[in-house]
Design a protein around this ligand. Structure first.
Ligand code: ATP
Ligand code: BTN
Length: 317
């Protein structure tokens, strides 16, 4: 199916006959595949008598050769369609694939957000990326890791023309109040001994419409006004992750604490911390040397950590 898409991705007209010849199939088989592309991937294909078929807009697809050529050169596997790049990365660990490695996909049909929520993942528009690391230094290497990933994603976005990208504890990347990227870490193995961690990152890249997303969101394209080459973005993300993970591994989270706080959009703000059915109101003081949130609650400093916590603003100042 992607072979047909590879032929069409230049956005030019291709006759049914040429497509059939290139793929070694009949014209009616080409027609069926085109219908499938439209229905399955939500792509719009123009048909003009005498000229053939043309994608409504040219596509830039992910290409492992372009990505692996630069930066840390982690092996990259590209999927046309997958349930979730995190799920695939975990399966690959189970099958013995040696870390570090990267899994990316053109689309996810069961993209995972935090707390079992769905991550909206349309075909060829955004980045769905998972990096697998092997951790054998115990808990210290995991401390604050999701915040470190946030810093790397934020820097990659800034390099891609989104100057206003900032952080929201624990690991959202926002522009103002709009979400542009989400991060989901999943772990397999024994965190006190040897384990693998999957750093799952979703970045809204060229998405301009998404009725399914039920919160304020934005994308690189909406912020910069330009379409973004996802291969260049993956290479940039790899470089940023490589640099930040190295700093984290050598010095622990404390060496990145100040930098993280400088980029925290909600520093000093009045917030509600939601933990299931419970809510704690306070003012954000910052984070501690392990990445836990420091809140002033009723005049007293309290520290919070854990994957199931969410912050909401109490004022809109
Ligand atoms: P938090 O709970 O940490 O405050 P949040 O409200 O963004 O953050 P998460 O669970 O982190 O919630 O993220 C999942 C939510 O992200 C989903 O409920 C959905 O509203 C939203 N979402 C899904 N896909 C996208 C996307 N592509 N871009 C932006 N937001 C998305
Ligand atoms: C969030 O809820 O904010 C986290 C969203 C994480 C989405 C990314 S997309 C790539 C990777 N694979 C998934 O299934 N989820 C993460």
């Amino acid at each position: 199916m992607l072979t047909l898409l590879n032929l069409l991705k230049d956005g030019r007209f291709h006759s049914g006959q040429d497509l059939g010849l290139a793929l070694g199939i009949s014209r009616s088989a080409v027609w069926k595949q085109l219908q499938h592309l439209e229905a399955e991937l939500g792509l719009s294909i123009h048909k003009v008598r005498g000229r053939g078929y043309q994608l409504a807009a040219p596509l830039m697809l992910l290409d492992p050769l372009k990505i692996e050529d630069v930066g840390p050169k982690w092996p990259v596997t590209v999927f046309d369609s997958i349930d979730s790049t995190n799920a695939q990365a975990l399966r690959a660990v189970g099958q013995g694939q040696a870390a570090p490695f990267v899994v990316v996909a053109e689309r996810q049909v069961s993209g995972r957000g935090r707390r079992g929520r769905k991550w909206v993942s349309p075909f060829a528009e955004n980045l769905y990326y998972s990096l697998v690391l092997r951790i054998d230094g115990g808990m210290r290497q995991l401390e604050g890791l999701s915040l470190v990933v946030g810093l790397a994603v934020m820097q990659a976005l800034r390099k891609s023309g989104v100057a206003g990208a900032g952080l929201k504890w624990p690991n959202d990347v926002l522009v103002g109040s709009k979400k542009i990227a989400g991060i989901l870490l999943e772990l397999v193995g024994d965190p006190a001994d040897v384990c693998h961690v999957v750093l799952g990152i979703g970045i809204n890249v060229n998405m301009q419409i998404a009725e399914e997303v039920d919160q304020k969101w934005t994308s690189i394209r909406l912020e910069s006004g330009k379409s973004c080459d996802r291969n260049v973005l993956v290479a940039e993300l790899n470089e940023q992750l490589h640099a930040y993970i190295q700093r984290h591994q050598m010095g622990g989270f404390s060496v990145l604490q100040a930098e993280w706080e400088e980029n925290h959009l909600w520093q000093g703000r009045s917030v509600a911390l939601i933990a299931g059915a419970n809510q704690i109101d306070g003012d954000v003081l910052g984070i501690d040397s392990q990445g836990a949130l420091r809140l002033k609650v009723g005049g007293v400093e309290k520290v919070f950590s854990g994957g199931e916590l969410s912050l909401r603003l109490r004022d809109d100042s």
